[in-house]
Design a protein around this ligand. Structure first.
Ligand code: GTP
Ligand code: MG
Length: 343
């Protein structure tokens, strides 16, 4: 449990393009967060953020980046990453997994944060189903992020994409996914305001800091829809990633407008156990009635040993729990001549 909150308790770090975008949107909300930082190889990622919070890993333009190459390039930036985290009690490391930067660095930044003594939580945004090529890096990185953190929250991009017109561009898809992700993560980290009952950091961490994975399920409905129906939608989204019945704890957050009645909230939260067919699940909740008439229900459920992402990393499946000595392999540019000679 956290002590009394003091300055600089909570830091949120966005890694790579998706991580930077999502964290920069979070930074505009009134949250229980004291510090934001951003790490990426791509200078364009930093356009929406304050340059003093940005750590730009210089990378060659003539070389295709891979996670291990990014880890090599980042070796000389560990001190700056440590400075950005230093003193924080809780660090959230947010990244989209599947590309080179987020996949390569999220586990590294998480282990730096743990070494600094912070309670570290990874937040992994997983690729859309159609991004088949991204699955392998995403699966390997998720496993490493789990090892390097006290807890991991998984958010699936397909869950975040509710409905999109056929003519949507990839940028439109990302924008709409980011809005849903920021609403869901924001409600877990929100400070209390008028018309809201925030979840609170202790309850959030109480759900996340446990064995296995936490999954963020999200469902959004048009005005007038019952909270219970939206909750059922969020439970369906959990079921696409893991066996929802395995959840040992859950935090349900409801974001809507003033038409969201206490009775409706009570009914919805009370039904969660029967929806997942596990009445023993321990449920906390938060409500924010200051938003729009479009109700979004987010469910953070935790305690999942197996997820669909286990299949993204076939090697680990074949090894059946045994681990290769692949402790975050790192590539270096150039030949061996750069290394000190012996003898
Ligand atoms: N929700 C959301 N997902 C994104 C966004 N941008 C990329 N992604 C997803 O995040 C994962 C990683 O993509 P990027 O963040 O672009 O990759 P990166 O970490 O910047 O890595 P490189 O650009 O390859 O060095 C993929 O699964 C993408 O689908 C975004 O703005 N929002
Ligand atoms: Mg990128």
């Amino acid at each position: 449990m956290l002590d009394q909150k003091s300055n600089d308790d909570v830091a949120v770090i966005g890694i790579g393009s998706a991580g930077t975008r999502i964290v920069s949107l979070l930074s505009r909300k009134p949250l229980l967060v004291d510090r934001y930082a951003y790490v990426s190889c791509d200078a364009e990622d930093f356009s929406p953020v304050d340059s003093k919070d940005a750590i730009h890993i210089q990378s060659p333009i003539d070389q295709k980046l891979t996670p291990s190459l990014v880890r090599g390039l980042a070796l000389s930036y560990h001190g700056r990453i440590r400075d950005a985290i230093g003193g924080s009690k809780v660090v959230f490391v947010v990244a989209g997994l599947g590309g080179a930067t987020g996949s390569g660095l999220a586990p590294v930044v998480a282990s730096i944060a743990q070494d600094c003594g912070a309670t570290t939580v990874g937040v992994a945004v997983m690729p859309f189903e159609f991004e088949k090529k991204m699955k392998f890096y995403a699966g390997v990185s998720l496993r490493r992020l789990r090892t390097a953190s006290r807890g991991v929250v998984v958010v699936d991009n397909d869950t975040l994409m509710h409905s999109s017109p056929d003519e949507s561009t990839l940028a439109d898809l990302y924008d709409s996914a980011n809005k849903a992700a920021v609403k869901a993560l924001g409600s877990l980290l929100a400070s209390s305001t008028e018309g809201s009952k925030s979840v609170g950091l202790n309850k959030f961490l109480g759900a996340v800091l446990r064995d296995g994975y936490s999954i963020l399920g999200v469902s959004s409905n048009g005005g007038g829809e019952k909270a219970e129906d939206a909750l059922a939608g969020a439970v369906v989204s959990l079921g696409r990633i893991a066996n929802a019945k395995e959840a040992s704890r859950a935090v349900v957050s409801l974001n809507g407008d003033s038409s969201l009645s206490a009775q409706e909230v009570g009914l919805a939260v009370g039904r969660f156990g029967s929806l997942i067919d596990n009445q023993a699940v321990d449920v906390e909740y938060g409500v924010d009635c200051s938003g729009s008439s479009q109700l979004q229900v987010s469910v953070l459920a935790s305690g999942f040993g197996a997820t669909k992402y286990d299949d993204y990393d076939p090697l680990s499946k074949i090894l059946g729990g045994r681990v290769l000595d692949d402790d975050m392999d790192t590539s270096l540019l150039g030949g061996l001549e750069g290394l000190p000679s012996c003898g």
